[in-house]
Design a protein around this ligand. Structure first.
Ligand code: AMP
Length: 395
């Protein structure tokens, strides 16, 4: 696996696919610069080698050229984060981009306009990718968030750099973290899967059963499992058409020696509202008119014991409706358990959608081993899929 550390970038132009798809506020200012900060180590290493950087990214989902999705809005934030002046080309291909790339001196940075202003980007168009490839000597992919897409800038462009292509340090870290959990995890290995629905996690669950010793199932998924086993779940979220599948997962787990842990009690509410009346109940005895919206205290104590005996932990999905303060306790308690286990030497990876939001919101970011930057890309990795952006560098 080639990374930027395998190259000396002196007098070379690096064409870097970054993920600068950052949120903008009403004044087009960057409201969360995490993704820019995450790309900094790669960019700085290349500049310190004596190379220059051509940065390419998408921003949002523009239909053709739309001013509000211009990457020029984020130039000053990139300059703040990197402490280096950033030049800009108002088209990611064509004469302006080529002239500006050719004129780059060592230590300089050029940012290209939004790749998705050209529909050829998402189509994975070869000609478009070739035009991008003219802008650099070495191709670096550092965008994990789009590594599951076979777009021109994430995958196809790599064909034009048969020898001179590598992973940036962010993408390399993502790959190593996933490998640490899925392939080389110190035992016991635990996956905590929460979130709303069994249907969106089923491929992850099936793939992960071969990798883990313990599986905690929480969040809304709980109730499909509980109902399938004959429990009364009241008005809790449930996918009736997935109950067979839930029973099959339990069977598969048993055959594979994986211990499944499901909440035994819940914090139930009489409405899907932060101000609803709430009661702790047995997860199998929720009356009609009530719904389970968070894990209960006995479940959290059970989960804490499991988390603290495991040496490798993957967390995907919240244990309750954490967006409402009244139902965030379970997710916070689990975060504390994982933080504690990490402090005692476990490796913990948090990734895939809402658990990342929860981890950031409740301040666990620095207390776990690694927080993934890619939602869909992370989920597809956990499903056991080879991501095209990663395969293109390895090819
Ligand atoms: P996911 O994107 O699949 O990880 O699902 C995350 C969502 O699951 C969050 O928005 C949570 O509010 C929701 N969720 C977690 N627990 C429950 C529950 N018991 N009932 C309904 N929704 C839930």
């Amino acid at each position: 696996m080639k990374t930027i550390n395998d190259f000396n970038f002196q007098d070379k132009k690096a064409l870097i696919r970054v993920d600068f798809n950052v949120p903008l506020d009403d004044n087009f200012s960057v409201s969360d610069a995490t993704r820019i900060i995450s790309a900094k180590p790669t960019i700085i290493k290349i500049l310190e080698d004596g190379g220059s950087c051509v940065l390419m990214s998408h921003l949002g989902r523009p239909k053709g050229v739309q001013e509000e999705y211009s990457l020029k809005h984020i130039i000053s934030k990139i300059e703040d984060v990197l402490g280096v002046e950033v030049k800009f080309s108002s088209n990611c291909i064509g004469k302006d981009a080529e002239d500006k790339a050719n004129a780059l001196e060592p230590g300089e940075i050029l940012l290209l306009e939004n790749l998705r202003f050209h529909e050829e980007e998402k189509q994975g168009d070869r000609d478009f990718a070739e035009q991008l490839s003219n802008l650099g000597d070495i191709y670096v992919n550092d965008a994990f968030g789009t590594a599951h897409r076979a777009h021109a800038s994430t995958t196809i462009v790599a064909e034009f750099f048969p020898e001179n292509k590598c992973f940036g340090s962010l993408l390399a870290q993502e790959i190593e973290s996933i490998k640490k959990v899925m392939d080389d995890g110190e035992k016991p290995v635990l996956a905590v899967l929460g979130g709303a629905k069994v249907s969106s996690k089923i491929t992850v669950i099936e793939n992960i059963l071969d990798k883990v010793d313990h599986l905690i199932i929480g969040g809304g998924m709980t109730f499909t499992f509980v109902k399938a086993q004959g429990g009364k779940i009241g008005d809790s979220i449930c996918e009736d058409d997935k109950m067979e599948l839930a029973l099959d997962i339990m069977k598969q787990a048993e055959a594979k020696g994986v211990k499944i842990h499901i909440p035994v009690d819940v914090l139930a509410a009489d409405a899907f509202s932060n101000d609803a009346n709430t009661k702790v109940m047995d997860v199998r005895e929720i009356p009609d008119g009530w719904q389970g919206l968070d894990a209960g205290p006995k479940s959290l104590a059970n989960f804490d014991a499991v988390v603290n005996q495991c040496k490798t932990i993957l967390w995907n999905g919240p244990l309750g409706v954490f967006e409402m303060e009244s139902f965030a306790k379970g997710t916070i308690a689990l975060g504390n358990s994982i933080a504690n286990s990490t402090k005692n030497g476990a490796f913990s990876l948090v990734g895939g959608g809402d658990s990342v939001a929860a981890v950031k919101q409740f301040g666990f970011e620095k207390k776990v081993s690694y927080v993934s930057t890619g939602g869909g890309a992370m989920l597809e990795s956990l499903e056991g899929k080879t991501l095209p952006g990663i395969a293109a560098i390895l090819a």
